[in-house]
Design a protein around this ligand. Structure first.
Ligand SMILES: [Zn+2]
Length: 219
């Protein structure tokens, strides 16, 4: 059977339970799918960070980043946008972030790091994993948007008129104080790789993949 999830080496090494779902998740782990759906907020391409705990129903809230320090999962769904998972193995605090181009420009990953730090985490302890997303090979945008990204994140985020949102989010994480050596980028393009749903490739009928991380694991 094809893998339901891909994992990030560094998070795996610290015992952080997490996964970047593929399109095979639905048949491979239907019971987990329900938990993942409940673990997602209503994503609106903003920069709000929602803390999830008892009494908070993510599905009733608008947020593009979810954080928790409890033994529960937080999740995001994507189909070309960038899923980013953050974990503090010292405290068990985690966050899941959905960053399309709007969220990337709004620096939603920086807001998530700030929120973890406000809760007591140290930037140097954080691990980050940037999951499958549409990459520079396939993500052509308007000249105006490409220029806007170059102004915000430097020339490395564009190749001509194509953007790499994963790289932009890596830059954002480093700006927020996460060590570059502790950021893993899964080099996978959702448009190129048929294991993933892709909005650009499949249009309105595209499904979504779920990415999640579970809090509460302390190394
Ligand atoms: Zn591609």
């Amino acid at each position: 059977m094809s893998a339901a999830f891909l994992r990030a080496f560094r998070l795996e090494g610290e015992g952080i339970v997490h996964g970047f779902g593929t399109r095979h998740l639905e048949e491979a782990a239907p019971e987990l799918l329900e938990e993942l759906k409940e673990g997602c907020a209503r994503q609106v391409h903003g920069d709000r960070v929602l803390w999830v705990k008892d009494g908070v129903r993510p599905g009733a809230e608008e947020a593009d980043a979810l954080a928790t320090d409890e033994a529960r999962l937080v999740a995001v769904r994507t189909a070309d946008c960038v899923p980013v998972l953050l974990a503090d193995p010292r405290t068990g605090r985690v966050a899941a972030v959905h960053a399309g181009w709007r969220g990337t420009i709004a620096r939603v990953v920086e807001r998530a790091v700030e929120s973890l730090v406000r809760a007591g985490s140290r930037q140097e302890d954080l691990l980050a994993a940037i999951g499958p997303a549409i990459r520079a090979c396939c993500y052509e945008v308007s000249p105006k948007l490409a220029a806007r990204f170059e102004a915000a994140f430097g020339p490395g985020v564009r190749q001509g008129q194509n953007l790499d949102l994963a790289i932009a989010n890596r830059i954002s994480l480093v700006r927020a104080g996460v060590s570059a050596a502790r950021i893993e980028v899964l080099d996978l393009c959702t448009f190129c790789d048929p294991r993933f749903h892709s909005f650009r490739r499949e249009g309105e009928r595209a499904g979504r993949q779920y990415s999640f991380v579970r809090g509460g694991s302390v190394s």
